[in-house]
Design a protein around this ligand. Structure first.
Ligand code: CP
Length: 306
């Protein structure tokens, strides 16, 4: 029986034989013998906020492992738009998928999802809270260049929006496992929340604020830049002024250590000039590419396949 090309609009459109054929086919699917580690496994991507790298690198990772993907990247196309709760959405998706990757604007949303899900939930970023898989790839990227990361031998600078930047919060928490020195530079009002500074100190890291972006560039082995979000500034004139002082250009790198590398979770807007891309210090595109092997590892592990 060939159902190729048929629309599936209503059960009334299908004969008894056609329905039985579909059910037999489903049973064969369930018994399938995968040749690739995640063949036959399904990943759901629930993105309630925009994303390029996180969603697409997760999808690429799953596909490379032989798995499949489904999901939405626009919550307006999901029943969230009709008022369905996140908990109910997860209770449905866990019945469809083997693993859920989710990004949500609300702090704590991923934890809530994990509490009601029987399949692994992977946080692709929740509000200004955490973005753990970005941190795994940041750590992977840093450790590939500087193996001394794990011995606490590095100075890592963080510049830009340290208050709302969830990738910054996650990475500082992770660095607490390794030690080292941290330099901070942020516009007034966008400083690192005190709990992260306290956490770093409690773990023996030396953490301090430096007065300028140039001071951070000159002191660091790794400079982690973040995007300044215009909407955080009530006064557009103040934003224009701050934007100019949080922008790296190639000429500012002449006093940096030759081995210094600039990371950025991306997307960038103004904070790294295009002429930096051609310097030895630019490492953000390699960093983004590392998202695929790192997310392959995460998927393989949480699904017990590697
Ligand atoms: N780094 C990161 O989270 O990028 P996206 O927002 O494009 O996923």
């Amino acid at each position: 029986m060939d159902l190729r090309g048929r629309h599936v609009i209503s059960i009334a459109d299908f004969s008894r034989e056609e329905i039985l054929h579909i059910l037999r086919s489903a049973a064969e699917m369930e018994l399938g013998r995968p040749a690739e580690p995640l063949a036959g496994r399904l990943m759901a991507t629930l993105f309630f906020e925009p994303s390029t790298r996180t969603r697409l690198s997760f999808e690429a990772a799953m596909l490379k492992l032989g798995g499949r993907v489904m999901g939405f990247s626009d919550p307006g196309s999901s029943s969230a738009k009709k008022g369905e709760s996140l908990a109910d959405t997860i209770r449905m998706i866990e019945r469809y998928a083997d693993v859920i990757v989710m990004r949500h604007p609300r702090d704590g949303a991923a934890r809530l999802a994990a509490e009601v899900s029987r399949v692994p939930v992977i946080n692709g970023g929740d509000g200004s809270n955490q973005h753990p898989t970005q941190t795994f790839l940041d750590l992977y990227t840093i450790s590939r260049i500087f193996p001394q990361l794990v011995e606490g031998g590095l100075t890592v600078g963080f510049a830009g929006d340290l208050r709302y930047g969830r990738t910054v919060h996650s990475l500082i928490s992770a660095l607490c496992h390794f030690g080292g020195r941290i330099k901070l530079v942020a516009p007034r009002g966008l400083e690192l929340p005190p709990q992260y500074e306290q956490e770093a100190r409690a773990h023996g890291l030396h953490i301090e604020t430096v007065p300028t972006l140039q001071a951070a560039i000159d002191a660091c082995d790794v400079l982690y830049m973040t995007r300044l979000q215009e909407e955080r500034f009530p006064d557009p004139l103040e934003f224009d002024h701050i934007k100019a002082s949080y922008r790296i250009t190639a000429s500012m790198l002449s006093s940096a250590k030759p081995s210094m590398r600039i990371l950025h979770p991306l997307p960038r807007v103004n904070e790294i000039a295009a002429d930096v891309d051609d310097t030895v210090h630019a490492h953000y595109f390699t960093q983004a590419a590392n998202g695929i092997p790192v997310r392959q590892a995460i998927l393989g592990l949480v699904l017990g396949a590697v």
